[in-house]
Every structure is written in structure tokens, then in C-alpha cells.
Design a protein around this ligand. Sequence first.
Ligand code: AMP
Length: 411
Amino acid sequence: MASNNSNEKNILVLNCGSSSLKFAVINSESTDLLLSGIAERLNQSDASITTKINGTKNTEALGEMNSHLHAIKQVGHQLKLNGLIDTIYAVGHRVVHGGESFTQSVLIDQDVINAIQETSGLAPLHNPANLTGIKAATELFPNLPQIAVFDTAFHQTMPEHAYLYAIDKTLYQQHGIRRYGFHGTSHYFVSREAANVLNKPIEQTSVITVHLGNGCSICAVENGQSVDTSLGLTPVEGLVMGTRSGDVDPGLIIYLQSQHQYSTEDIDELLNKKSGLLGLSQISNDCRTLEEALDSDNEATQKQAQLALDVFCYRVSKYVASYTCALSHLDAIVFTGGIGENSDYIRKTVVERLNLMGLFVDEQKNIQARFGQGGEIQSENSNVKILVVPTNEELVIAQDAARLASAQVTN
Ligand code: AMP
């Protein structure tokens, strides 16, 4: 049976998607990553699970045992094999949508499960999968505290003028239609890391955090609190993403429905799966592939990739400039996420359009920051610092889980 030894705060972090399960064991005090992995294509015959420990990867087919519950059982098996099972102190679950019910992470009980269930309409692909993970982990680890950490919670400090859409207000009152924002754990983490780099208390630090990965969002963080963010009611609004459109004229939906017989499913597919970098380039949703295509011998391929990256970068620059109006002052712009951490091309192109605001990148520092270490990349004449900070959403989940589990033990 798993022990609750408070000296050894290893946390099992679970991130359950509709057909995947990402997992990690993190020591919340040393911040060491002890084991990680992913189960993919769950509920399909070709489901598999890959575990990484001490730099070695091992992939196994799940065969008939391909449900979320089976995958979590397999994680439990790996924990046993690697001598970690008795060191797990709590389980932290990433939950995508907390609606207005959750402004911070919580210890999971039946009321919390009901509230996540009630919010499922706002995240029909994500919340039910998160609940499946919670149910399976509770069944397998009945003695461990289970903690929910919400993507939306950090943004609950946004003021009304930032989160309300200019539509009939009764839709907000009756159906909760408003901006919620996502990637909260990432914006929270990198804004704190930025304050450390700037050597300022977080309560006096104002930054714009730019999370660019397969999903992308930007956040204005005033004195440590989210005051605006680009993802909205759902994770489609705002920046151009891998396959998601970001901002479009909502009239487009009416036009496609009335003039081109698009169904609700067609529109969902278009905006979530066939848009963004993929839709524009017709090549790939993957930024690295598109950057490689810039050097293609094929002129048409090269032009298509360039266009997609131009639209992507222009949108980011436009958002950074507009988010200055949410802040009293600006200490730094912070790039994070797979693209933000690794692509010197994207960072340079985004900042070039911000020269008018006095932001300039140092070419050499920008290239050096590519190798995952992060750092400051502004040039000497830049008015504002520009930082690259690797995100660590799993660590935020592990630390919140450890804190809440300890509080439970203390109480
Ligand atoms: P994430 O969702 O945070 O894992 O980020 C995935 C995105 O990061 C994909 O579009 C990748 O192509 C992109 N990415 C990762 N490494 C690089 C790189 N070296 N250059 C450009 N894009 C990268």
C-alpha cells in the first residue's frame, strides 16, 4: 500500500486526454522528474504506452487492455517495477475547464467531481476525459489524496471588462458564456520564473507571457495576476495555432452555414483541426517542419510555409502590442512553449514588429536561447527585457498537489 510519508513528496501527475494519457512522477521539493511517459491511441486496438526513466524509453502495446483505466494500471505497474509505488504522496490531475467554480487547485471530493461534470459542456472533449482519469486513479490509488489543477483557474482574476464578450449579457448570466482562458499553469509558472530572473517580487512584476506550442495563448500578468488572456470560452480564440484558427470574424460561421451548407460538425472540424498553421500552409501544423520548408527548393512549398509563418507571427506581435493596455508597466515579454522556447526565427520575427515600442532582440543571444536553457535575449538598446523561459506545467501540478495533500494531513 502506498505510504503517505511527508518527507518524500513524489507526486504522480496525470494529464488525461480523450485518447491519450500523459503521466509523470515528480518530486515536488527537489523538482526532479523521476519517471514520465505517454499512453496513446487509447480505446483503439493499436494503443501503446511509452515510459521514460533515467533517459531510457520503453514502449509496449496495450492490446485489448486499451482503456484509460488499463493505461493507469500500467502506470501503477511501472511505478512498482521502478520502486516508486510506495513513495507516491498524492495524485495531481490536470483538468482543462473549471468554469467559474474553481479559482485555484482543489482536493477532489464528490462535490468537485460534480462541478467538473457540470462544466463539461464548455469542454466536451477534455473534461470527460479528465474525469475518466480521476475515476481510474481513485480506483487504483484509493488511499492517496487526488488533487485537481485547472487550466482556467489562474485566469479567474481577469476583470469583467476583459472577460465579458459584447453580446447579450443574459448569455453570460444564464449560460456562463465569457472568456475563461487556458494554459493557466504555464502562464502562472513562467511569470513566476520571470520575476526570479528579473529579481523582483512577483507582486510588483508585470509581464506579457507568450505561450507558443501546438496550442498558443498570450497573457497579461499584472503584479502576478492574470488580467487578460487570448483563449476564450473555448481554446480556439486568439493566436494562430497548429490546427486551430484563433480569431476569425464570427460572421464567417453564419456565412458558411447559410451559403455553403456547413454543419456544426463541419465548422468544429474546420476551426479546430483544419486551420492554423496547417490550414494556411496546407503542409503541416508543425512549426519546425514549416521552418524547414522555408529552405525548400520547391518555390510553391516555400511560399506557402512563409505565408503561414507570417500570419502566425503577425498575430502574436499584434497581441503583444495590444496587451500593453492591460498593464500599468511592462517588465518583460516572456516566450515559452515548444515554439517560444525553441524557435529563434519566430521570436525574432515577432519582436521585429515591436521595434516601434522599443523592443529589440540581440541576434546572438536569441540563437543561444534556442537550446532549451532560456535566458534574456533583448539587445542593449531594448526598452523592455525579452526572456525565454522553459515552461513546466507538470511541476505546477505536482507542487499544488503536494501543498494541498500536506494541508489535508495537517488538518
Ligand atoms: P508544444 O505543444 O509546446 O510541445 O510545442 C510543439 C511545437 O513546437 C511544434 O509546432 C514544434 O514544431 C515546435 N518546435 C519544437 N522545437 C522546435 C524548433 N527547434 N524550432 C521550431 N519549432 C519547434
